[in-house]
Design a protein around this ligand. Sequence first.
Ligand code: NAP
Length: 314
Amino acid sequence: MKEESYDVAIIGGGPAGLTAAIYLGRAKLNSIVLEKAVPGGNAAITDMIENYPGFPDGISGRELSERMRVQAEKFGTKFKILHEVISVDLKGDIKKIKTSNEEINASALIIATGTEWAKLNVPGEEKLTGKGVSYCATCDGPFFKDRTIAVIGGGDSAVDEANYLTRFGKKVIIIHRRDRLRAAKIIQDRAFANPKIDFRFSTIVTEIIGDEFVKALRLRNLNTEEEEILEVEGVFVFVGNYPSTSFLKGQIEMDEAGYIITNERMEASVKGVFACGDVRKKMLKQVVTACGEGATAAVAAQHYIEELKGEEYK
Ligand code: NAP
């Protein structure tokens, strides 16, 4: 297997990893970003980001991600796209990272793997994924022109994406298990004012029905226990996220949900390992906080490398 060595390896090319890549490039460290899909992570599949400072009219997640990638490459950080990390060995001074093609050795490691979309875990979901069930509105929304679409969840993602999906669907029905939404007030107000959006509160999905393609949802009202069959052609699931940390199990301190615990320098429990962005245990998961943490992790990693190399940091 091919072996390569770097000062710093960054696993994950979302906003946290890309910002770390910009800072490490400017520090002239030999760094590599390993990204299993495309740069930008979940931000890249967000239609419009309205709360990233400096863009009063908003900016598409794809464009913001692409700009960050170009900026990181400009400063010399290398990228391996479509390279999924399978395992890591964090025991020694040299951190070993295995992808399906190569082994990467790095003096420091920044973990910025973010989160993955949670599943509903109801009958029909797995079978009909890609056949009407989706976890990405920007990727799949255009396939549902003039169709009836259900969006499951009540957080920022669900309500934001429901608003976006009204560009395509003739009706978008938000199905939420509680009696009120969790999303930010501005996002909620937009949804309540949208004539194409209907709501089913205190309602859960118990089955996604369809053979070749989604035909309906079996719903249960949690107040009345009444069951309803709701005919829909698309189902977009936004019921939260879980951290992408399965490849790290047993090697680093995490909370019970698998989020990495760090100090304010983004240092994880193993020397030379840093974590930033949504994969880290923290209060606020936003692009702007991910970027701030990416910068901190990069500078902390730079200090760590300089100490290793015996250079005094000024
Ligand atoms: P989230 O905030 O965790 O919301 C998940 C939603 O799914 C909640 O409403 C939750 O219900 C519901 N849910 C969870 N498990 C469920 C289940 N098994 N069945 C049915 N419903 C279930 O996740 P998110 O909306 O993806 O947001 C993740 C983070 O990204 C948040 O920090 C958010 O602020 C951020 N984000 C921000 C923006 C923005 O600023 N524009 C956009 C997207 C995401 P309960 O409410 O009952 O718990």
